[in-house]
Design a protein around this ligand. Structure first.
Ligand code: HEC
Length: 108
């Protein structure tokens, strides 16, 4: 019976970790979560990059809805200038969603 106690403790930790995964910090991931980070291009609107916080740059793109934007971030945009790398290999879908929710929260 004693062996059940540490097992229950480990399960408790697993549950706590699981619930934290939903509270991702989109702003921090935007700044440092990938290489290059989203901020490297999106903060200043490098080339054709839609600038974070610029409503004109984002209004039409945002109309696609978050699911389409997450899918685009996973695949990247190879023929853009500068080309946006596929972020799927570097960040989970949940992380990309948190980042893009942060980016969209910066426009009116
Ligand atoms: C190397 C530069 C670069 C980096 C780094 C970058 N992007 Fe982009 N991103 C672009 C460019 C350029 C476009 C616009 C492409 C176009 O529409 O021609 C774009 C467009 C987008 C769009 C709009 C897609 C659409 O359908 O209109 C989203 C969403 C996006 N990026 C998310 C991200 C996220 C999230 C990250 C980090 C995980 C990231 N980007 C990192 C260059 C970059």
């Amino acid at each position: 019976m004693k062996r059940l106690i540490p097992l229950a403790g480990a399960m408790g930790i697993a549950l706590i970790t699981g619930s934290n995964a939903h509270a991702l910090d989109g702003e921090a991931l935007y700044n440092t979560g990938t290489n290059p980070p989203c901020a490297a291009c999106h903060r200043q609107g490098q080339g054709d990059t839609p600038e974070t916080g610029n409503t004109d740059d984002w209004a039409e793109r945002a109309e696609q809805g978050i699911d389409a934007l997450v899918a685009t971030a996973q695949d990247g945009i190879p023929d853009a200038s500068p080309p946006m790398p596929p972020m799927g290999p570097q960040a989970s879908e949940e992380e990309l969603r948190a980042i893009i929710e942060y980016m969209l929260s910066q426009i009116d």
